[in-house]
Structure formats: structure tokens, C-alpha cells
Design a protein around this ligand. Structure first.
Ligand SMILES: NC(=O)C1=CN([C@@H]2O[C@H](COP(=O)(O)OP(=O)(O)OC[C@H]3O[C@@H](n4cnc5c(N)ncnc54)[C@H](O)[C@@H]3O)[C@@H](O)[C@H]2O)C=CC1
Ligand SMILES: O=C(O)CCC(=O)C(=O)O
Length: 450
């Protein structure tokens, strides 16, 4: 039995109750056999067994008081996964579905994504099963303050630097930063995604969505194709989806869908960015409201989706950008996209496609950009924010955007050349996994057993 198979079998037994974590590990490990064959030290020093286990998991209770004066309790975590190449770095997710298995999958992905950026960033992730939906701003603030009151012991500008993810945007990062400052009296870059007024970086808000489009452009340029004039479908309606749509419009493509947990908007005339931002960023409302404001838009509620399918992926398109959440695109969805002529998929969300959907895209030979490569623009720009904070500088929009573009094209080149080096040109899943893994594994070897 191969080294990969042995490690995978042990994990499946040990963590059978964490299916998304196992899925993320399987996707990475199944690419690694060729690199493990070339360097026996990885097995000798048990790199796989070590890399799949977080260095540290912090699990804590968060008590806070709601607007009615009632005490509420949530479970929160910070998974400090791997610090071989830099301080732990990765977002915080606030969503009722959050559990340790989900944060382990996200933290594990983050190790390789952060490595691929070429920057000195370790991997981490955190969050809580707090549901921001329907909460007042004061309730969100009290929760964030209580959350940071415990987290403060474990984070720091050179130790562990959290940022946003689902349910955590600029507002929440501001509340967390304020509490960190109050507790430590230290004004430092302990979080990224901050407001521009207190150490945030231009482009960080846009970075993940923009980066996914830059990555798609790199994949398509290599095939002598482009997004210009093409119909695109986007899922999600949060930070990543919004700025993915914005960049698509800027490059002359036409995004025709967005979605949230209640349904999707299909607007053949193209998504209206001003309305999307008004509904989601200002009103914090459902997309039902978007359809009220834009007559050409049709709202399809989740209850009308074909059984077991996500209706976004049935809309004919040239390129698809899943930007909502994990496992939002299954094999049937992938087959629908391919049957309708889709030529490019760039993942803005983390692990949005199931393993069989990934294999369908690879089998069809389309331009497929896996999440850890295509959505790395967010964390890369977070590192640019850290660099500005550390040097007490603020760079202008064009400077940061140019660096983001360069990082995304570097990630593409690295993944593509690594895939070619290992005999599978065009397989960016394999290329990204091997390239991300090699750097971290070699750093672990060089640092000894620790
Ligand atoms: N914010 C960032 O910089 C980065 C985010 N990501 C990933 O991108 C994805 C989206 O994150 P953000 O845009 O930051 O979060 P967000 O909270 O701003 O938006 C999430 C969006 O997805 C929708 N959504 C959530 N669950 C859904 C479901 N089951 N069905 C349909 N829609 C659903 C929500 O309604 C919301 O519109 C996540 O997978 C996240 O891990 C990845 C890299 C960086
Ligand atoms: O900017 C960051 O540190 C984290 C971004 C993130 O959570 C992700 O890449 O999934």
C-alpha cells in the first residue's frame, strides 16, 4: 500500500466525523505521490502525518449578551495549522454551520494556498457557530468583543494574523481590532482587512474576487482565449462574488448570476453592481430585494432548484466563478456546465467543487483553477497589508493592484510549470498541490522534528 494510502486510511478512521476535512486532505494527498516518490525524506520524516495535524487547536466558549438582555453562548476555535514558512494566517468564519471539521478543512487548504503566494505565511483558520444573520450591529459588536477577549492570548502581528471569511467583513474586523487594542494597548497589524482609517490596505476588499478573475485571465491567455465579451456565471453575493463581478465587468465580460442562501438572481442583461452593493453591503438584505429593484432580473428561490442541484450552474456560460461556499457544485452541476459549453472555471470560494466534479473538469480539459490557486489573491493582499503596517507605509491602489496581478500570474506560472514538470501539463490541481506542498515540506525538513 502506498504512503499516501496509508496516511489517508488512518485519517479516515481517526476523523470519520469530519467529512469535509477528509475531502480536502484527499484532494491534496492524491496529487502528491510523484513528489513523494522523488524525495524519500518526506516519508522518512513523516511529513504527511505531521502536515495533516494542526500544530495547535484552540477551542473556547464565547458568552455575550443580546439586545433583550439575554445571555448567549457560542463555540469558537482558532486552528493554528502550520507555521513552517511564516506566522499563522487565515480568516475567521462566523456561520451557524461552523465546527472543527470545517475549520480544519479551511486551515489545511490555507497552508498550501499561502505557500503558493510565494510570501512568508503559515496556515490557520478560525471562527464560531455564531449566526450574524438577523443580529443588530450592537449584538455583532458584543460578540466580536467577547470573541477577541479570549483570542487575544493567541494572536499577534508576528504570531497569528486573522482576517475575514464568511460572515466577517470590515465591520467585524474593526470590532475585533478595537478590542485587541483595548486589551493589549498595542497598535499593530494583528488583523488584516482593516478599515483604511486604521491600517487597512487599498485593494484588500476587492482582492479575492479580482484575483480569481486575474487567475482566469492567466489560464485563458495560455490558451489564446479571453473573457472579453463572454457570459459568465458567479455564485455567492458576498465579498468575493461582488468583486469578482466588478472585475468581470471591468474586463468586458458579462456576469449574469449571483446567489445567496435563499436563491439566485439571473439577469441576462448583466449584474448591476450598484444594486448588488446596495442590497448586500448597505441593506444587508436577501437577493429577493435585488429582483424588486431590477426589472430584467429573475429571482429563483432555492425551493425551485432542480433536486440536488445548484441552479446557477445550469445557466449557459463561457466561464464559471463559484464564490459562495464549499461543495456548492457537484458532479451533475459540472456536467451541466460542460454540456452548455463552459470553457473555464476559477474558484473564488474554498473547495466549492466536490471531488467528482473536479475530476469532470480535469477530464474535459477545460481551464480549471482550483481554489487554493485561484482565490489566493485575498490572503496575498493581506500580506501586503501586513508589510505596509510593519513599515508604517500606505501604498496607493495602483501599486497594490499591480502587486496582486503579479502574484496571481506567478501562482499560475508556478502551478502550470509544476504540473508540466510532473508530466501532467494543464492539471493545475496537481501543479498547485505539489508546488504549495514542496515549499512547506522542505521548510519542515530543514527545521527538524518540531
Ligand atoms: N473573503 C476573502 O477574502 C476570502 C474568502 N474566501 C472564500 O470565499 C467564499 C465566500 O466568502 P466571502 O465572500 O468572504 O463571504 P461573505 O460572507 O461575504 O459572503 C458569502 C456569500 O455566500 C453566500 N452563501 C453562503 N452559504 C451559501 C449557500 N449554502 N448557498 C448559497 N449561497 C451561500 C452568502 O449568502 C453570501 O452571499 C468562502 O468559501 C470563503 O471561504 C476565499 C478566499 C478569501
Ligand atoms: O486574508 C486572509 O488572511 C485570509 C483569507 C482567507 O481566509 C482565505 O484565503 O480563505
Amino acid at each position: 500500500m502506498s504512503y499516501v494510502q496509508r496516511v489517508m486510511d488512518t485519517l479516515k478512521e481517526k476523523y470519520a466525523y469530519e467529512p469535509v476535512f477528509l475531502q480536502a486532505v484527499q484532494e491534496v494527498l492524491q496529487s502528491l505521490q510523484p513528489v513523494l516518490d522523488r524525495n524519500g525524506k518526506y516519508e522518512q520524516y513523516r511529513i504527511l502525518e505531521r502536515i495533516v495535524e494542526p500544530e495547535r487547536v484552540i477551542s473556547f466558549r464565547v458568552d455575550w449578551v443580546d439586545d433583550k438582555g439575554e445571555v448567549q453562548t457560542n463555540r469558537a476555535y482558532r486552528v493554528q495549522y502550520n507555521s513552517a514558512i511564516g506566522p499563522y494566517k487565515g480568516g475567521l468564519r462566523l456561520h451557524p454551520s461552523v465546527n472543527l471539521g470545517i475549520l480544519k478543512f479551511l486551515g489545511f487548504e490555507q497552508i498550501f494556498k499561502n505557500s503558493l503566494t510565494g510570501l512568508a505565511l503559515g496556515g490557520g483558520k478560525g471562527g464560531a457557530d455564531f449566526d450574524p444573520k438577523g443580529k443588530s450591529e450592537m449584538e455583532v459588536m458584543r460578540f466580536c468583543q467577547a470573541f477577541m477577549t479570549e483570542l487575544v492570548r493567541y494572536v499577534g502581528a508576528t504570531i497569528d494574523v486573522p482576517a475575514g471569511d464568511i460572515g466577517v467583513g470590515g465591520r467585524e474586523v474593526g470590532f475585533l481590532f478595537g478590542q485587541y487594542k483595548r486589551l493589549t494597548r498595542s497598535y499593530e497589524g494583528v488583523l488584516t482587512g482593516k478599515n483604511l482609517l486604521f491600517g487597512g490596505s487599498l485593494v484588500r476588499t476587492e482582492a479575492t474576487g479580482y484575483g480569481a478573475v486575474y487567475f482566469a485571465q492567466s489560464m485563458l491567455e495560455a490558451r489564446k482565449e479571453s473573457l472579453e465579451g463572454k457570459t459568465c456565471v458567479v455564485s455567492g453575493a458576498g465579498n468575493v462574488a461582488t468583486y469578482c463581478c466588478q472585475k468581470l465587468l471591468q474586463v468586458g465580460a458579462r456576469p449574469v448570476t449571483v446567489s445567496d442562501s435563499r436563491g439566485m438572481i439571473h439577469d441576462p442583461d448583466g449584474i448591476r453592481l450598484d444594486v448588488l452593493k446596495q442590497v448586500k453591503e448597505v441593506e444587508r438584505a436577501s437577493l429577493v430585494r435585488y429582483a424588486e429593484l431590477v426589472p430584467s432580473a429573475k429571482h429563483v428561490p432555492v425551493s425551485d432548484y432542480p433536486k440536488g442541484r445548484n441552479a446557477v450552474w445550469s445557466v449557459p456560460c463561457y466561464a464559471a466563478f463559484p464564490c459562495a461556499t464549499q461543495n456548492e457544485l457537484n458532479l451533475a452541476d459540472a456536467e451541466a456546465l460542460l454540456a452548455n459549453g463552459c470553457r473555464c472555471v476559477a474558484e473564488g470560494a474554498n473547495m466549492p467543487a466536490t471531488l467528482d466534479a473536479v475530476h469532470a473538469f480535469l477530464g474535459a480539459g477545460i481551464a480549471y483553477g482550483p481554489a487554493k490557486a485561484a482565490n489566493a489573491g485575498g490572503v496575498a493582499t493581506s500580506q501586503l497589508e501586513m508589510a505596509q503596517n510593519a513599515s508604517m507605509q500606505s501604498w496607493d491602489f495602483e501599486t497594490v493592484d499591480a502587486k496582486l496581478r503579479q502574484i496571481m500570474s506567478g501562482i499560475y506560472e508556478n502551478a502550470a510549470s509544476t504540473a508540466a514538470e510532473y508530466g501532467q501539463p494543464g492539471n493545475l490541481v496537481m501543479g498547485a498541490n505539489i508546488a504549495g506542498f514542496r515549499k512547506v515540506a522542505d521548510a519542515m525538513l530543514a527545521q527538524g522534528i518540531c
